[in-house]
Write a protein that binds this ligand. Structure first.
Ligand SMILES: C[S@@+](CC[C@H](N)C(=O)[O-])C[C@H]1O[C@@H](n2cnc3c(N)ncnc32)[C@H](O)[C@@H]1O
Length: 281
């Protein structure tokens, strides 16, 4: 097995164990999802009637929102490496009567679609997990029609993303560094300056651009909010934890977030990058 195949097998195993953790919070997190979707869909130039491919669909966003935005004359193809991740997305699409959507388990570095099939390729928080992200960009470029556009949202540096930095610090405190069930490095693999753009250029796009977006969520300080976040990021570890470890992690996360309380609110920050690639016309 090559290095790439080995790393992809580990990503597959990792996310196969996380499907239910993501599925159970997807509806409650719809409002947050929408805040990330809007700038990404705008950068991608989503419009009615388009054929759109969503890579790394996970629990369903932005796939479901894009399907609604492109209307019945368009079609959204939702894909993910992991069947368990898209099972909930399929169920939610049926519940919302979204008919212009289809689902396919597939690796974004080896897409099962013909050249020049799609008007747009969109991907939210997925490209960072791909070993050799330029391989995914090359595939996106191949399946886009001439002049088509791909847009990827990835996390900026962990230090600027409070939700991750607090959880990482708390996990290291309770479980030590390098616990195999905790993966908090991968989401930041394209955070460094120039990394996302380099992947898009190597993928063969004629034009590329990257913008940074900062969000500053304010949450009431009297309400612990991190239950869903812990479940989605380190739920696998918590499933295997003792009650004492679980309580210690929750306390450490609470203490970590307490540093961000000001005027009765948690003042958090989230920084993302949006990379756009346009295929030559
Ligand atoms: C953080 S989740 C993002 C899900 C969703 N797009 C969102 O923003 O909520 C990352 C997803 O990437 C998927 N993924 C990882 N590597 C992939 C690959 N090579 N091809 C397709 N999907 C992949 C995982 O299975 C997982 O569902």
């Amino acid at each position: 097995m090559s290095d790439i195949q080995g790393r992809t097998a580990r990503v597959l195993q990792d996310w196969s164990q996380r499907g239910e953790h993501w599925d159970r919070h997807a509806d409650a997190l719809a409002e947050i999802a929408e805040r990330f979707n809007q700038p990404l869909m705008q950068a991608c130039g989503i419009a009615p009637g388009q054929q759109v491919l969503d890579c790394a669909t996970g629990a369903g966003e932005p796939a479901l929102s894009v399907a609604e935005a492109i209307g019945q004359s368009g079609h959204l193809t939702a894909t993910d490496l992991v069947a368990a991740m898209i099972a909930g997305a399929e169920r939610r699409a049926r519940a919302r009567n979204i008919a212009n959507i289809s689902f396919k388990v597939s690796d974004m570095t080896a897409l099962p679609f013909d050249d020049e099939t799609f008007d747009r390729v969109i991907c939210r928080f997925g490209l960072m997990f791909v070993p050799g992200p330029e391989r995914a960009a090359r595939e996106a470029c191949r399946v886009l029609k001439p002049g088509g556009r791909a847009a990827y949202m990835v996390w900026g540096p962990i230090a600027e993303n409070t939700a991750f930095s607090v959880v990482k610090e708390a996990c290291e405190q309770v479980f030590g560094r390098g616990d195999p069930l905790i993966e908090l490095e991968a989401p930041f693999q394209l955070a460094a300056d120039g990394a996302l753009r380099a992947a898009l250029e190597a993928g063969g796009f004629a034009e590329t651009s990257v913008e940074t977006r900062t969000f500053a969520p304010r949450l009431p300080a009297d309400r612990p909010f991190w239950g869903p976040q812990l479940d989605m990021t380190v739920g696998r570890r918590l499933d295997a934890a003792t009650p004492e470890e679980r309580a210690a992690l929750e306390a450490a996360v609470g203490d970590g977030y307490a540093r961000f309380i000001k005027d009765d609110a948690y003042h958090l920050s989230a920084v993302v990058k949006i990379g756009v690639g346009i295929k030559a016309a």
